[in-house]
Design a protein around this ligand. Structure first.
Ligand SMILES: [Mg+2]
Length: 354
């Protein structure tokens, strides 16, 4: 069997770079996207802003202190999605096997193209050049024989990275990395490893399985394989994520339709935010209600297309709520939830409901 050829592409400071591209006045300046609204956190920071220590997900007030001359701009997700769609079209010109992780990040399985005589480096370079040529944006590209190593490769020399890690180079690249850089090692696992004197991927892969089993039980083997750069997961063209939801258990039973509708609209907005964050679109809206009598009901409605609009989701959820309420003379609600399912990453333009 041929060696798989996997590319991981990660756009550099994507939202901020799109803003700088669209507005020349922002170029070369520290730009922070987001920072206003309910959450008040930075959604993305340009590399100029990162030099001041600003990071995404940082509270805006802190970012402002670190970088007083920084420019805050409101996010334009519609625009980012538009650019993202065109970038993904470039990916798809090489392979249908594109697994988007977010608007600005994807795995590509280009094994067939390589089989047909293309060089993996040439494909990676072509993607980089076309993104730069068409949008003036830089992407970091990692190439390897599996997803885990490709992702480490794209991150190795970011921004504007271009790194290929061949099978016989895996240990040389991975061994020096701190354990938390290994996929699946969260902060808690990293701490546990550090407490056991294991700081790098190299140390982790050489640690006896019995030692790791005492720390991680059944996960020990997985962890050690990952530290050695072994990963057999395939690139999945459409991610298999089933649903996103938001629910609230109320402190007291609610009887007022208007109050419940407002709550449903708020929940719909935050479900929509999650969709946008993950670069997903939904086809089905689900409403969940628990009445004071403790019975839980769910209602769902499928749209004629896909949406990530809080307004569209909210309208459907409220319509289902009103239909339920219409049937009874009195009601009391103890729990309300809004969810979406039938998720897709890149529905066709003609299927979008805005
Ligand atoms: Mg990125």
């Amino acid at each position: 069997m041929q060696t798989p050829a996997i590319i991981h592409v990660d756009m550099d400071a994507f939202y901020a770079s799109v803003e700088q591209r669209d507005n020349p006045e922002l170029r070369g300046r520290p730009v922070m996207v987001g920072g206003s609204g309910r959450r008040g956190v930075v959604a993305a920071a340009s590399y100029e802003a990162r030099q001041f220590g600003v990071r995404s997900a940082m509270p805006a007030a802190r970012a402002r202190r670190l970088c007083p001359e920084g420019v805050f701009v409101a996010p334009r997700f519609e625009r980012y999605r538009e650019v993202s769609r065109e970038i993904f079209a470039i990916f798809r010109s090489w392979t249908p096997l594109v697994e988007g992780l977010s608007l600005d990040e994807a795995f590509l399985d280009v094994s067939d193209a390589v089989e047909n005589g293309h060089d993996l480096d040439d494909i990676g370079l072509d993607i980089k050049r076309r993104i730069a040529g068409k949008f003036g944006l830089t992407a970091s590209v990692g190439m390897a024989h599996n997803k885990l190593v490709a992702k480490i490769a794209s991150d190795y020399d970011k921004p504007d990275g271009f790194v290929r890690i061949r099978p016989d180079e895996v240990h040389r690249y991975l061994d020096p990395l701190p354990v938390q850089r290994i996929w699946g090692v969260g902060p808690r696992s990293a701490e546990r490893l550090n407490d056991a004197g294991i700081y790098t991927a190299g140390q982790l892969r050489k640690t006896g399985i019995d030692v790791l089993q005492r720390l991680f039980g059944d996960h020990a083997g997985d962890l050690r394989r990952r530290a050695a750069g072994i990963d057999e997961r395939r690139v999945k063209a459409e991610r298999e994520r089933r649903s996103i939801s938001q629910e609230t258990t109320l402190g007291e039973d609610l009887h007022d339709l208007e109050v419940i509708e407002n709550l449903v609209r708020e929940q719909s907005a935050s479900v929509a935010d999650k969709l946008v964050e993950k670069g997903l679109f939904a086809r089905t809206v689900v409403l969940k209600l628990r009445s004071g009598g403790f019975s839980t009901i769910t209602r769902s409605h499928s749209l004629d297309g896909y949406t990530c609009s809080g307004k569209v989701i909210g309208e459907q959820a409220c319509a289902m709520l009103r239909r339920w309420v219409d049937w009874r003379t009195e009601f009391s609600i103890r729990l309300v939830g809004v969810g979406v399912s039938g998720l897709a990453e890149h529905p066709d333009e003609t299927e979008l409901i805005r």
